[in-house]
Design a protein around this ligand. Structure first.
Ligand SMILES: Cc1ncc(COP(=O)(O)O)c(C=O)c1O
Length: 369
């Protein structure tokens, strides 16, 4: 497979651990081992203390899959395969797609959601979100047009990285109905789910609403635990899940034993972790909105609906890519330009999940002068 370099990951590799101020990280503030272990219930604590470091079950620890499945009404532990989130995308795309297939991908998007389809030899048609009245908006008529030609797969990501867009329940229903009528599979990246500002905004996972849907979720974003490398695929078609598992045998085979038990602890303590992280996002959102809206000649603020990122637009000079280079070189402020999401035009990502965003904004204010 000839695959394009992953621009966002290469860019982060260059700057993430050297820049002093990260303006665009996508995850929530990490928990320490000590904080996470303090949340363990007696059963998980005993699992942790008695843990052997042998191979683990390829499909995922049964208790972990049981805990995961609780979030998917109508599905059980047998409908879940654990994998690192990025690995899960790699597996699903390779199993679902063949050269010559057509995929319709919502943009802007995390690169692997479209790059892998291209690398497999598929035709990729982009379905762009657009700014409308100060927010991001979905064009369902455009999707209906795109699905007039047969597609093997539709790829979406809500809450969306990088825009923070979340469809309404009605839009979600209409989207699922359009995909179902076309017969395409749906790959639904739900990595930022559970970071809705109000519970009534939360959408049902795609795999609970459409039998040909595969949902991806994990602990990297909403839970602030990317170092666990913990994610999963959920789907109702047993043969498809078996194919995913067979593919995983050629990648990691199984998850790390400590990662599985720590993931179980995190999921059982979900409410307290999520409450902490939603609190951080909500305070940061207010700070970011105030910062960017106060500078209307330089920025067009686009309000996110959910998740831990926003995607406003730079209106000033020099062009964004040049500004990003200058900011990181001269001031240690790392921008994440929209080009990393195949979406140029001056947009850039703002991370709302880390506690130090106010300090990052202060550094940006000083750098802008
Ligand atoms: C939309 C989306 N999906 C999947 C991933 C992959 O998650 P991980 O980096 O934990 O493998 C990311 C990471 O940024 C993401 O933003």
């Amino acid at each position: 497979m000839q695959i394009q370099p992953f621009e966002l990951e290469r860019y982060f590799a260059r700057h993430e651990f050297s820049a002093r101020f990260l303006l665009g990280p996508s995850d929530c503030e990490s928990l320490s081992m000590q904080e996470l272990l303090a949340l363990a219930d007696p059963e998980a604590r005993a699992l942790w203390e008695g843990l052997g470091l042998g191979y683990t079950e390829s499909q995922g620890h049964p208790l972990l899959r049981e805990e995961i499945a609780r979030a998917y009404p109508g599905l059980g532990a047998g409908h879940i395969l654990t994998a690192a989130p990025e690995e899960a995308i790699f597996i699903a795309m390779n199993v679902l797609l063949r050269p010559g297939d057509r995929a319709v991908v919502l943009t802007p998007a995390y690169q692997s959601l479209h790059s892998l389809a291209r690398a497999i030899g598929c035709r990729v048609d982009e379905w762009p979100l657009r700014p409308r009245s100060g927010r991001w908006a979905l064009d369902l008529d455009r999707l209906a047009d795109l699905l007039r030609t047969p597609a093997r797969l539709v790829v979406v990501n809500f809450p969306n990285n990088p825009t923070g867009f979340l469809p309404t329940a009605g839009e979600w229903q209409d989207l699922l109905a359009l995909v179902a009528a076309s017969g395409a599979y749906l790959f639904s990246d739900e990595m930022y789910r559970l970071l809705e500002p109000r519970p009534e905004l939360r959408l049902p996972p795609a795999c609970t609403a459409y039998e040909r849907a595969v949902s991806l979720a994990g602990l990297s974003k909403a839970f602030g635990l990317p170092g666990l490398r913990s994610g999963w695929l959920a789907c109702r078609e047993a043969p498809l899940l078996a194919e995913f598992q067979a593919y995983k045998d050629y990648i990691t085979i199984c998850a790390s034993a400590p990662g599985e038990v720590l993931s179980l602890i995190a999921l059982r303590a979900a409410e307290s972790i999520l409450q902490r992280n939603r609190g951080i996002v909500s305070a940061n959102l207010a700070a970011a909105r105030a910062f960017f809206s106060a500078r209307p000649r330089l920025f067009d603020w686009l309000e996110p609906d959910a998740g831990s990122v926003a995607f406003p637009r730079w209106l000033g000079e020099p062009p964004l890519e040049q500004l990003a280079e200058q900011m990181v070189e001269r001031h240690g402020v790392m921008f994440v330009p929209g080009g990393m999401f195949a979406f140029a035009g001056g947009y850039f990502r703002v991370g709302l999940g880390r506690r130090n965003l106010p300090q990052v904004l202060a550094a940006l204010a000083a750098a802008l002068g």
